[in-house]
Design a protein around this ligand. Structure first.
Ligand code: ADP
Ligand code: ASP
Ligand code: MG
Length: 422
């Protein structure tokens, strides 16, 4: 996003508040959002609210489309899905006006959110934001529909991918030079693991952009990874907090107070595995296999190539489960071309990741993670690492045991912390 937009809109005390689906799920929740936005304005802030669609309505619209058609209609799908956020933005604006405070809702294109052309996973390339600024100058609370934008190239409405309202909010906060982007959600902050899977997970006071980016990319859906990238690039502090009470949440920012070796465990059960058997072990064949997948817009995550036996090898990789059918088709066609033996797919996998900036300087973390998984009877099928992350692909059925085991084994929870401190 070009920085010049941020300069033209620079103001001192803008707060961007983003409310997720649960936080605008019904009339009472919408009134609560309005009350919080008005209270924030009353303490002297300019307030921009970014909303998601109500409750599970994005899922419901996707189901409805699948009942109407078996084919993919990317442009119309984005038209359909952007309707969800349009409903909540108008209702929140009405509820704010009922407090006697001026308000105005804007679609993504009215707010000037410019994106690339890819329907369903467009990227924000710039934000004009002049109507947002006009609204603020008139003393209004401006409501912007999350998750949507507009491609100047095709002049069509686009969506940013699931969870994309987070990206709308942080990108808007960067454009407006806001003091903070608050992400209101249905948990109290960012935890050491998904609190719905690990009941003893501990809320983090703060987490660095670098660690949060790894956690989000590894499946911690509390923030969309792209929103954390915007936060890091433009140094916008992100405060993830509950919309159900006023208590503090978790600050995602440049520096953290507490140096930790391990920050948390993330898991992702949304991928599937493809294995191409009997690939001739010759230079160039891996490129021949992965080029067509990239051309089909499929993002490949982990890749493992087995040792070669009698001149052939097996190559396995993971892809988003939603792209599995396409990945299988593309791989089967390449397998036939390169003389590989065949293609298998596996739906029942999950990825468990350990994240922490301190692991860079610490020996034995990976070995400890593998030992803990073994002690819990969990088999590791693939491994990948970054300087601050270790990820293991395991059986899908084992994911709960694996996350809880690793979380306990590294003493990340409340009990362990207080036991250690006490
Ligand atoms: P919203 O609709 O508010 O955007 P999401 O469902 O996208 O909410 O994100 C919040 C959810 O993220 C939580 O309900 C929780 O189950 C999940 N989650 C996954 N990992 C974590 C984590 N490390 N900390 C907190 N929540 C997490
Ligand atoms: N409504 C969209 C979704 O469900 C975007 C969002 O909630 O952030 O993915
Ligand atoms: Mg979300």
């Amino acid at each position: 996003m070009p920085r010049e937009y941020a300069c033209t809109l620079a103001r001192m005390s803008i707060v961007v508040q983003k409310y997720g689906g649960t936080s605008v799920a019904d009339a009472d929740r919408i009134k609560a959002v309005a009350a919080r936005a008005v209270a924030t304005q009353k303490v002297g802030k300019d307030v921009v609210v970014v909303v998601s669609a109500m409750g599970k309505s994005t899922d419901e619209l996707i189901t409805l489309a699948s009942e109407v058609t078996d084919n993919s209609h990317p442009r119309e799908m984005d038209m359909l899905l952007t309707a969800g956020e349009r409903i909540s933005m108008a209702l929140v604006a009405m509820a704010i006006e009922d407090h006697g405070v001026g308000s105005m809702s804007l679609t993504g294109s009215q707010a000037g959110i410019l994106t690339t052309v890819e329907h369903g996973h467009a990227e924000i390339i710039g934000i004009r934001g002049d109507r947002v600024r006009e609204g603020l100058n008139e003393g209004k609370i401006v409501i912007v529909a999350g998750f949507q934008g507009f491609s100047p190239e095709t002049r069509d409405v686009t969506t940013l991918g699931r969870g994309g309202s987070d990206a709308t909010a942080v990108a808007l906060a960067a454009t407006l030079d806001a003091e903070v982007c608050e992400i209101y959600t249905d948990v109290d902050g960012v935890f050491t693991a998904d609190p719905r899977v690990v009941p003893g997970a501990r809320k983090l006071e703060d987490v660095s952009f670098e660690e949060m980016l790894e956690m989000a990319a590894a499946g911690a859906g509390v923030l969309m990874a792209r929103s954390v990238e915007f936060g890091r690039r433009y140094n916008i502090p992100i405060h993830v907090r509950s919309s159900f009470h006023g208590g503090p949440g978790t600050w995602v920012k440049e520096e953290t107070m507490e140096e930790a070796i391990i920050r948390g465990v993330a898991h992702d059960a949304s991928e599937a595995k493809v294995t191409v058997h009997g690939v001739p072990d010759q230079p160039g064949l891996a490129a021949q296999l992965f080029d067509p997948l990239a051309q089909a817009g499929i993002s490949v995550d982990m890749i493992v190539q087995n040792v070669s036996l009698q001149g052939v090898t097996d190559i396995s990789f993971t892809v988003p489960r939603s792209d599995l059918d396409m990945a299988q088709k593309v791989s089967e066609s390449t397998a036939a071309e390169i003389g590989a033996a065949g293609v298998d797919v596996d739906h029942n996998i999950a990825k468990v990741s350990l994240v922490g900036a301190g692991m860079k300087d610490e020996l034995g973390i990976a070995a400890k993670m593998f030992r803990i998984l073994a002690e819990h009877g969990v088999n590791i099928e693939m491994i990948s690492t970054s300087p601050i992350r270790i990820s293991c692909v395991v059986r899908g059925d084992d994911v709960g045991a694996a996350v809880r085991g690793v979380h306990d084994g590294f003493s990340l929870g409340d009990d362990q912390e207080s036991a250690e401190n006490g």
